[in-house]
Design a protein around this ligand. Structure first.
Ligand code: NZQ
Ligand code: ZN
Length: 391
């Protein structure tokens, strides 16, 4: 196991009706004037925004609002949010919504105290200072509610990039699984896919002897394989949604990623797709993951074969472990199709003619230096080959 430090001090408040306590937690973590940030309107339609505002008012907290975050959140609204916070002397950011809203809120939180352009953080500068931030999540997917990361798309050039820094971890996160019951099935499935992807990105490691985190990842994957179909079958299944919500947070706050190298190839390759076609991140991952795993299969056949046996229930073929590893990838592909995810470029709305451009952006765009991938180092030609496997 590699040396590591791990500090993830988010205060989680889990369960039914917990959103009514939001104001109490804003106060507890030092907020007095709040920016409420939200998305395209689901939180207005469900009445959640009103309940959250009421809880702030009950604590005599002032607030301003900024809605309109879109999936694959854009830099333009971040600049607007930073200006608004400075003008209104906001001292606490509250994200009410999904990963896109949380990521936009994190970008604003980092941008307000920073003299330079907030985009510097999305080009590799570590976020060391940010306004405190809390979240009320409405979809189990990105894991941003517990992560130290944020992903934003810069409108100029359409670069989708991530920033990181402990200062971005939410002070608190309100998790009421019932809030996810209003999700369209497609978004629920995208979330399930993203959670599985966060687990695969960590499982694919070059670090030896990481049994503890291997087993944690496998346990979370098995949870998703059990609960995912249950929630697709019955969207009102609170218990299944509760298990998925906690698994989604655990998959990405990095408790199962410490002490080991990680991959993130599938995410890098997917981010080019969602930047280019504005597709849902989870849907893009459903198409990308089987292609990446197939392309990298020979790097460490036993790792994927182990996963195939322990998670996908495949029989180990000791004479030909590559066959077992491939069976595991096929089982993943079948699972993703069964929950309604796209399986190729066409179904995603992607086009062959854009492959070279996306591969170039993935390896060289916005200051990158020519390769991607923490598990296997891939160049532009490799990335093009992987996109071609998705046709
Ligand atoms: O905008 P509204 O109207 O709220 O609608 C949203 C949106 O259209 C809707 N929705 C969310 N909760 C709902 C709901 N509709 C009805 N009822 C509810 N309860 O769902 C749609 C998708 O929302 P979004 O926030 O985009 O979803 P998600 O949480 O999947 O976030 C995706 C973004 O997170 C990034 C992705 O790249 C993508 O930009 N990621 C962030 C990470 C992080 N910060 O750590 C890691 C991830 O790997 C990921 O890359
Ligand atoms: Zn993701």
């Amino acid at each position: 196991m590699d040396n590591f430090t791990f500090y993830a001090p988010t205060y989680f408040v889990f369960g039914k009706a917990t959103e009514n306590e939001t104001g109490k937690y804003v106060k507890r973590f030092g907020g007095s004037k709040v920016l409420i940030h939200y998305g395209g309107g689901s939180v207005v339609r469900t009445g959640l925004l009103d309940r959250v505002k009421k809880s702030l008012e009950a604590e005599n907290l002032g607030y301003v609002e900024l809605g309109g975050v879109r999936p694959n959140p854009r830099s333009g609204l971040v600049y607007e949010g930073i200006r608004l916070c400075r003008k209104e002397k906001v001292d606490f950011i509250l994200a009410v919504g999904g990963g896109s809203t949380i990521d936009s809120a994190k970008a604003i939180a980092a941008g307000v105290p920073y003299d330079g352009d907030f985009w510097d953080y999305y080009q590799g500068r570590v976020v060391e200072e940010a306004l405190p931030l809390g979240t009320v999540i409405t979809i189990s997917a990105a894991g941003s509610e517990g992560s130290a990361d944020s992903v934003i798309t810069k409108e100029e050039g359409m670069y989708k990039r991530g920033a990181t820094g402990e200062a971005l971890r939410p002070k608190f996160t309100i998790m009421n699984p019932a809030l996810t019951q209003t999700l369209p099935p497609y978004q629920t499935a995208c979330g399930i896919t993203d959670i599985l992807a966060h687990l695969y990105e960590r499982y694919l490691t070059n670090t030896k002897d990481v049994e503890c985190t291997d087993r944690m990842i496998e346990g979370l994957m098995l949870t998703m394989l059990h609960e995912g179909p249950r929630v697709m079958e019955n969207p009102d299944n609170y218990e299944a949604r509760a298990n998925i919500m906690w698994a989604g947070m655990m998959a990405h706050n990095n408790s199962c990623g410490v002490g080991r190298s990680q991959d993130w190839t599938s995410h890098d390759i997917e981010h080019e797709l969602s930047a280019m076609y504005d597709c849902a991140h989870g849907a893009g991952l459903a198409v990308v993951m089987p292609a990446v795993f197939t392309y990298n299969l020979k790097h460490d056949v036993l790792r994927l074969a182990q996963l195939a046996v322990r998670v996908w229930g495949c029989q180990m073929d000791f004479g030909n472990p590559e066959r077992t590893a491939k069976e595991g990838i096929e089982a993943l592909r079948r699972f993703l199709i069964s929950i309604g995810m796209p399986k190729n470029f066409g179904e995603l709305g992607a086009q062959e003619k854009d492959i070279e451009k996306m591969a170039h952006s993935c390896c060289y765009g916005d200051g990158r230096t020519g390769t991607t991938g923490g598990y296997v180092s891939l160049n532009q030609q490799d990335v093009e080959n992987i996109y071609r496997l998705m046709l």
